[in-house]
Design a protein around this ligand. Structure first.
Ligand code: HEC
Ligand code: HEC
Length: 339
């Protein structure tokens, strides 16, 4: 009840509520005091259907009692609980508070379990099936709506399952990304590049960096204009993770592939945001999530020296080979889609 745009509505709602209750009380008071019309046979004098008459009795006591109880209850309720405009009530109860209490209780219950997880480094935890099952669930609930349930992202939302990173793929960087969020900002660059023709030329130069189909004459002409881009994307277009500037010389495209997509980036720029999770998730949950994301493109490191896990590590190595091949295939798929 605290979302009113002005204080007036709070007073208005409270006024209407109280006037309603007060009105009921008045009505009850008047009707219990006054007889409609006194006639000798104790009827109201109305006759229907020839012989149907209405008795002129006061309301039964139990009925009046219920009315009074209802009115008193509603007043007490409004003192204790939110209901009068934005007045929050004596008990300070709210659905948001209820939710927080439940989440806190659940977090407390899971604390011992998470303590085992946070005691292990991100790289090792990625090999723990229990932790990864929880990581997957956390990912589905908090991340999949943007990055996709397979974490492979979509246009504007980076693929987290490949080894290509905008902001860095070390456990520390991934944790930092999830905790604090990230803003990827490229300003509109057309003015710095020159004419519309220059923009087209530099776009073809960018495409030439990844050996994508391009006009080689235009690419040659556009090469000198790339100095305007080098500050962020590097002199060879290999990107800069400190600025979140993507590598332009690989075939991974966050914002679409092809001459038009690159020209759109240069002309319009782009501000892209990964929302910070520190207010939403606990540090331990972020630790598990970082491990889950890291594990999508890395093989877990063994921090427990028994045979069982070593065997598993071996198997993972094989899987990893497969995954890489798969990743490449997918990158290709993305390209097709964007075209
Ligand atoms: C509202 C959409 C949204 C949600 C929800 C979201 N992300 Fe992101 N995430 C993004 C965007 C957009 C970027 C790219 C930011 C940029 O362009 O610099 C990103 C970037 C990232 C990166 C950096 C990738 C790189 O290449 O460096 C990681 C890691 C990441 N997200 C993990 C997560 C995890 C884990 C969650 C769930 C807790 C999550 N994200 C939830 C939108 C989202
Ligand atoms: C101030 C730093 C900065 C400069 C200068 C800059 N960029 Fe960018 N560029 C970025 C960032 C950051 C992103 C990623 C935006 C995001 O996170 O979504 C980006 C993204 C792009 C992309 C999209 C890549 C993809 O994977 O889809 C292209 C293409 C691009 N830049 C081309 C250029 C060109 C060409 C120039 C020079 C005319 C240029 N940029 C200058 C920072 C910069």
């Amino acid at each position: 009840m605290s979302d009113f745009t002005s204080g007036f509505w709070s007073v208005y709602v409270a006024g209407v509520t109280l006037a309603g209750i007060f009105g009921c009380a008045l009505l009850l008071w008047f009707t219990s005091r006054k007889k409609v019309a006194a006639s000798s046979d104790n009827t109201t004098g109305h006759v229907w259907d020839e012989d149907l008459t209405e008795m002129n009795n006061p309301l039964p006591l139990w009925w009046v009692g219920l009315f009074i109880i209802t009115i008193v209850f509603s007043l007490l309720y409004l003192v204790a609980y939110p209901g009068l405009g934005s007045y929050e009530g004596n008990l300070k109860w709210s659905t948001a508070g209820e939710y927080r209490k439940e989440v806190d209780a659940a977090n407390k219950e899971l604390e011992p379990l998470y303590a085992q997880f946070t005691a292990r480094p991100v790289e090792a935890l990625a090999g723990d099936p229990n932790a990864m099952a929880i990581g997957e669930r956390l990912f589905m609930n908090n991340c999949a709506q943007c990055h996709g349930s397979d974490a492979r992202g979509s246009k504007g939302f980076p693929n987290l399952a490949d080894a290509d990173w905008l902001h860095g793929g070390t456990p520390e960087k991934i944790k930092e990304t999830i905790t604090k969020g990230r803003i990827g900002m490229m300003p509109p660059m057309a003015a710095a590049v020159g004419t519309a023709d220059d923009v087209k030329n530099v776009a073809n130069y960018v495409l030439s960096l990844s050996k994508a189909p391009h006009d080689s004459v235009r690419a040659q002409l556009g090469k000198s204009k790339f100095t305007a881009c080098a500050a962020c994307h590097g002199p060879e277009g290999k990107g800069n993770q400190a600025m979140g500037a993507p590598n332009l010389s690989d075939d991974t495209w966050l914002h679409g592939w092809g001459e038009q997509a690159v020209m759109n980036m240069v002309n319009g720029g782009k501000t892209n945001q990964m929302p910070a999770q520190e207010g939403k998730l606990t540090e331990a949950q972020i630790h598990v999530l970082a491990s889950y994301v890291w594990g999508l493109s890395n093989k877990p490191v063994n921090d427990r020296h028994d045979d069982g896990i070593k065997k598993e590590e071996h198997r993972d190595k094989d899987k990893h080979g497969d995954k890489d091949e798969h990743g490449d295939k997918d990158k290709h798929g993305d390209k097709d889609k964007d075209r």
